[in-house]
Design a protein around this ligand. Structure first.
Ligand SMILES: CC(C)(COP(=O)(O)OP(=O)(O)OC[C@H]1O[C@@H](n2cnc3c(N)ncnc32)[C@H](O)[C@@H]1OP(=O)(O)O)[C@@H](O)C(=O)NCCC(=O)NCCS
Length: 168
């Protein structure tokens, strides 16, 4: 559950147009919608969830694989979006928590996110931990959360899925 009347479920075939519209609305442009379309086309989606309220998709989260640390399994959280009319109602929090729970079950070891530390810190994401890695997004907004001992011990260079390179 992500609030009154909301359910969280895996994104399904047929959701693409609604997710596309939601991402354009939430981010005020096409960049993240294009990113998600490209990640799907490339088969670079590890997990993607939607939050649905009264039949409408009001929130979306996607995790893609990060390469370079095998056998350690790493994932990138991006993007996360909640429809502007539904923000600050706990939907984003519920999507992150459900996503992380599902990644734990599928034995992902570490998750990286590029975002506002005040927001992602509440889930345990930490910029200090992210310094163990080298990525194209290094800096104070890159945060990491270990989901296992292997994730806690992991370090080294990580490569984002090809779709991220198109972001420039
Ligand atoms: C960022 C976003 C996903 C948060 O989702 P949400 O459902 O509005 O967030 P929640 O209701 O779960 O917020 C939980 C808390 O985070 C705070 N918060 C929300 N957005 C925040 C932000 N951008 N920075 C810092 N804190 C934020 C809220 O005030 C709330 O605090 P509280 O629990 O103390 O009241 C949503 O606002 C959004 O889609 N924004 C536009 C797109 C975007 O910037 N996405 C993130 C980058 S990938």
């Amino acid at each position: 559950m992500s609030g009154p009347g909301c359910i969280i479920r895996a994104e399904a075939a047929g959701d693409e147009a609604a997710v596309d519209a939601l991402l354009r609305e939430a981010f005020g442009g096409p960049v993240e919608a294009d990113l998600v379309r490209r990640l799907r086309a490339d088969g670079d989606v590890l997990l993607t969830l939607v939050s649905e309220a009264d039949g409408d998709i009001v929130g979306h989260i996607l995790f893609s694989p990060l390469m370079g640390l095998a056998p350690v399994r790493a994932a990138a959280l991006a993007p996360l979006a909640v429809h502007p009319s539904r923000q600050r109602a706990g939907i984003g929090t519920a999507l992150v928590r459900e996503g992380l729970a599902r990644l734990r079950q599928t034995e992902v070891d570490v998750v990286l996110v590029l975002g506002e530390p005040n927001y992602y810190g509440r889930f345990g994401f930490d910029a200090e931990r992210a310094r163990a890695f080298r990525t194209s997004y290094d800096g104070p907004y890159l945060q990491a959360l270990a989901l296992s001992d292997a994730g806690r011990a992991a370090r080294g260079p990580l490569r984002y899925a090809a779709a991220f390179a198109a972001l420039g």
